[in-house]
Write a protein that binds this ligand. Structure first.
Ligand code: NAD
Ligand code: TYD
Length: 356
């Protein structure tokens, strides 16, 4: 069935999930206009979009979501009708070292976008088709006990880290803009993602890269913390389902039903690397596993109850954790040209601060 082309503003589109989303959306709807707004912080990299460079329907703008006049100009100039907001400071460990940037980007930045989009929507006489889609995380719900049910959309917020607290703040603003002004918002709270273009300091790429370099594999605390891992392509298809069919003002939790203990995940990655990377310097890779000092305030367990998105929108993940990890390891082995340049002096300094 034919549809009117949409005009998207994707914030954070040069980061991990944002760039996967831009690829996903472009492959589904090549006739849509996509404007990417990204500040290119340490976590943003234009190379994530290199294969789309030069496409007539894609525009990249380097800029800050806190820059109201820039956001106003883009919304107007490009007649944006769908804003998909991925931009954030996203790493818990960095939020422990320096929370200020998290409040600025995640809270003030989201507020700036909401205000700009509200004005833009009102000037256009509040079209029913406009959407402001806010990408959030399961971490706003806090930490689960071993036998607790997974987080549902009704679970009370209890963020424990400066990262999750700043995301919770942005979620509350989004909720309030729908409740107060009727802004057509959508919100998704997703579990841990993995896959291509994941920045090297996050657990899964870090383990693959350290194995290739014969470096210790740092596991925090006792390694028994649990995360619910979702392949990034499944996150993108879930966001698409919510944009297409979600009800304005609603929140949808997204998860893979793949709860894995950190130590088990690291062991799975070691097995895959033993099998898929013949030249690794230390074999078996498991011998590099090193338990290190725990993260401050480390949440024990996250798990998502994805009943709502499954029953209301018919979305289910396509990838298993075994299949997704294999694809991801293969991607990191084949894309050293992408991640090698990211192991910069700044990265080494960050690494020293967290692990020494
Ligand atoms: P990321 O850190 O890889 O990418 C963030 C992007 O935002 C980068 O390209 C960065 O340059 C950009 N950015 C940061 N500050 C900016 C600013 N002030 N203005 C404009 N651009 C800015 O993050 P990610 O892992 O891709 O996460 C994307 C979103 O998904 C975030 O909102 C995060 O909270 C959420 N999320 C992530 C996960 C996960 O497992 N990674 C899970 C659930 C939800
Ligand atoms: P991370 O990828 O930072 O995601 P989050 O903390 O947002 O869930 O970490 C995933 C899990 O892996 C988390 O429990 C912390 C743990 N972890 C380690 O054990 N060692 C590490 O070096 C890193 C980066 C994370």
């Amino acid at each position: 069935m034919s549809r009117e082309p949409r005009k998207l503003l994707v914030t954070g589109g040069a980061g991990f999930i944002g760039s996967n989303f831009v690829h996903h959306w472009y492959s589904q709807y090549p006739g849509d206009r996509i404007v990417v707004l990204d500040a290119l912080t340490y976590a943003g990299d234009r190379q994530t979009l290199a294969d789309l460079e030069g496409k007539a329907n894609l525009r990249f703008v380097q800029g800050d979501i806190c820059d109201r006049s820039l956001v106003d100009t883009l919304l107007k100039e490009e007649a944006i009708d769908l804003l998909v907001h991925f931009a954030a400071e996203s790493h818990v460990d960095r939020s422990i070292l320096g929370p200020g940037a998290f409040v600025q980007t995640n809270v003030v930045g989201t507020f700036t976008l909401l205000e700009a989009f509200r004005q833009h929507w009102m000037l256009a006489e509040q079209p029913a088709t406009y959407r402001f889609h806010h990408i959030s995380t399961d971490e706003v719900y806090g930490s689960l006990e071993p036998d607790d049910p997974g987080f549902s959309e009704k679970t009370p917020y209890a963020p424990n880290s400066p990262y999750s607290a700043s995301k919770a703040g942005s979620d509350h603003l989004v909720r309030a803009y729908h409740h107060t002004y009727g802004l057509p918002t959508l919100m998704t709270n997703c579990s841990n993602n993995y896959g291509p273009y994941h920045f090297p300091e996050k657990l899964i790429p870090l383990i693959c890269i350290n194995i290739l370099m014969g470096k210790p594999l740092p596991v925090y605390g006792d390694g028994q913390n649990i995360r619910d891992w979702l392949y990034v392509g499944d996150h993108c298809s879930a966001v698409e389902a919510v944009i297409r069919q979600g009800t304005p003002g609603e929140t949808y939790n997204i998860g893979g039903n793949n709860e894995v203990k950190n130590i088990e995940l690291v062991e799975m990655l070691c097995e895959l690397m033993n099998e898929m990377a013949p030249e690794i310097p230390v074999r078996p890779a498991q011998s590099l596993i090193t338990f290190v000092k725990d993260r401050l305030g480390h949440d024990r367990r996250y798990a998502i109850d994805a009943t709502k998105i499954r029953t209301e929108l018919g979305w289910t993940p396509a990838e298993t954790v075994e299949g997704g990890l294999r694809r991801t390891v293969a991607w990191y082995l084949n894309h050293q040209d992408w991640w090698q340049p990211l192991l910069s002096a700044e990265y080494q300094e960050y690494y020293r601060q967290v692990y020494s």
